[in-house]
Design a protein around this ligand. Structure first.
Ligand SMILES: Cc1cc2nc3c(=O)[nH]c(=O)nc-3n(C[C@H](O)[C@H](O)[C@H](O)COP(=O)(O)OP(=O)(O)OC[C@H]3O[C@@H](n4cnc5c(N)ncnc54)[C@H](O)[C@@H]3O)c2cc1C
Ligand code: FES
Length: 249
């Protein structure tokens, strides 16, 4: 992990309330699902954001304007500006050799780390992606999401693709796809729904959890989650990817 002063290359709106920020920084190895902590002027705490793409010294993150920090990030960081970033953080997704048919299920800002997972695994695995958005106007990153065998877009209002959630769309396909593993990211209710829908099927689900974070590097314990065996884990350092069956949601 490094603390770097990056240079903003691009910070543009790509969907309703969603921005894509590309910055240049020292080249570092990044595993899909790892994230960075982005410093925003005027805010003591950095914001955790998944790394969507890393190509040499170019990194891209996508973020939804949620509160004051991401609003300022979208409004004041123009090309050429300096950006303080900690990266790469967390463990990221990994798949075993025999896990060849892989379903990727995401919703909301959980789509963004999964863009990285699809980019990383699409060449050697068969990827079936189910991605949930609020409506047509919030759909983004479609080009990257289409790198696998199949992409199903799901929208809450049915304005594009499947009318319903990504989990519902996936469960309608599960018998056909017969996945060896599932990669997932999204809000806790979505992960709960996925957990109960897949329980008892013997399919490992590796999910990236979203917890409020302070330091992002394992020191403050703000992000602690409870594991099924009664122990605790830091989402920033021990995760953010956990086998879904191991954690209490
Ligand atoms: C590992 C990880 C990866 C993430 N990746 C992305 C991504 O790729 N794209 C994206 O749009 N969002 C992502 N998020 C969520 C993102 O961190 C929050 O939306 C963001 O921090 C909100 O900041 P804010 O100042 O706009 O909101 P505020 O609500 O004003 O933030 C107040 C404080 O709460 C924290 N906070 C608020 N919401 C969250 C949240 N959901 N998760 C963690 N901390 C939060 C903020 O960091 C800040 O410290 C990720 C979160 C985690 C934990
Ligand atoms: S955010 Fe500080 S320990 Fe995880």
């Amino acid at each position: 992990m490094r603390e770097v002063t990056a240079t903003v290359l691009e910070n543009v709106r790509i969907a309703e309330g969603v921005y894509s920020l590309t910055f240049a920084a020292e080249e570092l190895p990044v595993n899909a699902g790892q994230f960075c902590m982005v410093g925003v002027n005027g805010f003591p705490l950095r914001r955790p954001i998944a790394i969507c793409k890393s190509e040499g010294e170019r990194y891209t993150v996508c973020y939804r304007v949620q509160g004051a920090g991401t609003k300022r990030l979208s409004q004041t960081y123009k090309p050429g500006e300096a950006l303080s970033v900690l990266l790469p953080l967390g463990n990221g997704f990994s798949l075993e050799e025999g896990q060849r048919r892989v379903a990727v299920v995401g919703g909301g800002v959980g789509v963004f780390p999964l863009v990285a997972a699809i980019r990383q695994f699409a060449e050697e695995k068969q990827i079936y992606a189910y991605m949930g958005f609020r409506s047509r106007s919030s759909v983004c990153m479609e080009y990257d999401l289409r790198r696998g065998e199949k992409l199903v877009l799901a929208t809450d209002d049915g304005s594009v693709g499947y009318h319903g959630t990504a989990v519902q769309a996936f469960m309608e396909d599960i018998e056909k796809v017969q996945p060896d593993a599932v990669l997932a990211c999204g809000p806790t209710p979505m992960l709960r729904a996925l957990k109960s829908a897949t329980e008892g099927r013997g399919i490992p689900v590796y999910a990236s959890l979203e917890e409020r974070m302070g330091c992002g590097v394992g020191a403050c314990l703000v992000c602690v989650c409870e594991k099924k065996d009664g122990t605790h884990a830091r989402v920033c350092k021990d995760g953010p990817v956990f086998e879904l069956g191991e954690v209490k949601l």
